[in-house]
Design a protein around this ligand. Sequence first.
Ligand code: SF4
Ligand code: SF4
Length: 452
Amino acid sequence: MKNQKTIQEINEKIENGSVRVVTASEMIDIVAELGADGAVHEVDVVTTGTFGAMCSSGMWMNFGHAEPPIKMSKVWLNDVEAYGGVAAVDAYLGATQLSETRGMEYGGGHVIEDLIRRKSVHLRAEAYGTDCYPRKELSIDINIDEMNQATMSNPRNCYERYVAAVNSSDKTIYTYMGKLLPELGNATYSGAGDIAPIPNDPTFRTIGIGTRIFLGGAVGYITASGTQHSPGTGFSTLMLQGDVKNMSPEFIRGATFTRYGTSLYVGVGVPIPVLNSEIAKSTGISNEQIQTNVLDYGVPSRGRPTLTKVNYEELKSGAIEVNGVEVKTAPISSFGVASKITKLLAQQIKSGEFLLSEAVQLLPTDTACNPMVQRELTAVTTLAPATDQSVDDQFVRINKDLCVECGLCVSFCEPDVFAFDNDWTFTFRPELCVECELCGDVCPQKAISLRS
Ligand code: SF4
Ligand code: SF4
């Protein structure tokens, strides 16, 4: 369908104060009253929002170089381990990583909230020590303003919808969907229903890589489809990024689910530009149209049985019927905060603070979330021989399959066995070798070997 408006035109309206912005819940009545064709003339942007526990969240940090410098291999913040398998003073802290001293009471999500609250956290690191990074231990207090970067990078947020959870077993169970009472004693669900971002643009006509969003109270961006993105089944997800230094604890909160672990409540708002009547139609979606499955978490298997199907209107009513039993429902996400995000974002757009961005690439609609392929172990593949056996009469040999032509060996070799031509073609002339042995340990690919 040909667009009736462009994002550029909408941004011009934002700048001259004539933009018409409504929240996703207001749009339902507008589309019902005017139809999609009428709504596209009436509304330029629909704001969506969600606020719930999103375990696949975390942040990248750069701490700055210490004196003496350290190449951190193990990193902890308030005794919560962060991933340090990157460059010297970078680390990634995941929301569900638990404290080594406080168990499930405290985890990565809480550290992120503490940092946003401008609290100091205890940074501890270990290293094996190198000539360029001789330090082996570090223990300091640090706050977010003392970090060079604190970038939220969430692999999977904003599920389009989520299943509802019940428990038919005879025991109380504790899950990421909260505490589930035995014998269908309660039901929990998640997501923001008809005001959530993806249900308002389920075929990704506007949402894509580079879409500017509200993330945790700051400006953020969609960087990709999220992990387990599965549009065909109604379970699409988003990968998000934003600057933690500008976020607010009102919209980013650590959480503990008893006997399950920690998580992070993340607030996200996505503006949907109403470019044509198809998009207007999709933003008119209501909770009755969003169906989900009620799964029995009392069955500890990936293939949990679906006991019934319900829609978000029924879930929000406070009770659903499962196997002839009336079961009380409660969300684990907040409709109140999600709604607040839609209003705040609408206000920011109307006031000219927040411009829309054009996605550089729309998100895929053909990926699926497949179960793990649990293949039997096979024999370990043997590594390629370190050297090219065809030239083993030479003192120095290169395995060309391993060489990446970086050139690090060039400066070590006086007779230019390793060299670059004028066009940066890497050349290897073993016949020039004077057997000085200087190059034996320099190759980062371990492609060079010397005759022993
Ligand atoms: S250092 Fe190793 S990888 Fe780099 S150009 Fe020399 S042989 Fe190739
Ligand atoms: S052994 Fe010495 S001369 Fe031979 S290739 Fe290596 S650096 Fe060059």
